[in-house]
Design a protein around this ligand. Structure first.
Ligand SMILES: Nc1nc2c(ncn2[C@@H]2O[C@H](COP(=O)(O)OP(=O)(O)OP(=O)(O)O)[C@@H](O)[C@H]2O)c(=O)[nH]1
Ligand SMILES: [Mg+2]
Length: 211
């Protein structure tokens, strides 16, 4: 499969600390969720082919916000939002920040914005309470999701396949499990084809089908 070109445009628009600040929905929205340090910013940048884009979200003061990026993937594609949610489970974070995470994430996921979620997890970790909680919440709110294993370069090919099988069994068909490595450049095209509706792919659809 040929390597897909970078997104035609991808711009940071705003960081929202509460639901009142969420921008007008665009019909489709891709939400990046996951534990702090699981590789959200790296995957987001790799996914959009934009090095350094998600660094905007890691500047101090923005970490508690939902960061919205407006994306046009390719010619002929409709714009959509990519939302980068704050990471959870950070041991060093101030208590107030930890307590703010739940309500903000929940109000974001409950807002009917046409979201699809990438729930990211380091391929070397097991499902923890936080992921189970999120899986329950996404299910209750009928937000479709893909569980994306990150940093697959840290495991051998057969180990990642084994991890995927174990997780699929554990999830009992509640979500597909995808493999990725931002470092090695693995998983982008598959995730795009799986997650993005065709109106938002535009001419990117042609690359994905190998034309
Ligand atoms: N080996 C490997 N390391 C990765 C990969 N993706 C990210 N990392 C590393 O993991 C660390 C965290 O990556 P980030 O992308 O900043 O993770 P994050 O989830 O955005 O972290 P927070 O913003 O703190 O929530 C960095 O040291 C990255 O270099 C990957 O695919 N492979
Ligand atoms: Mg980050």
């Amino acid at each position: 499969m040929p390597t897909a070109p970078p997104a035609l445009s991808a711009d940071f628009v705003l960081g929202a600390a509460s639901a009142r600040q969420f921008p007008e929905p665009l019909g489709f929205e891709l939400a990046f969720l996951g534990r702090s340090n699981c590789g959200k910013s790296s995957l987001l940048n790799y996914f959009l082919g934009r090095k350094g884009l998600a660094r905007v979200s890691s500047t101090p003061g923005r970490t508690r916000e939902v960061n919205f990026f407006k994306v046009i993937l390719a010619k002929g594609a409709e714009p959509f939002w990519v939302a980068d949610l704050p990471g959870y489970g950070f041991a060093q974070a101030p208590k107030a920040q930890v307590e703010a995470w739940g309500p903000l994430a929940e109000s974001y996921l409950a807002a009917k914005r046409g979201q699809k979620a990438f729930l990211l997890m380091d391929a070397r970790r097991k499902l923890a309470d936080e992921e189970r909680l999120l899986l329950g919440l996404l299910g209750d709110l009928s937000v479709p999701l893909i569980l994306v294993l990150t940093k697959c370069d840290k495991l051998t090919r057969s180990e990642t396949i084994k991890r995927r099988k174990e997780l699929e069994r554990e999830l009992g068909g509640r979500a597909p499990v995808a493999l990725s490595s931002a470092l090695k450049g693995q998983g982008r095209e598959g995730l795009m084809a799986q997650a993005i509706p065709s109106a938002f792919l535009g001419s990117m659809g042609a690359y994905l089908s190998g034309k």
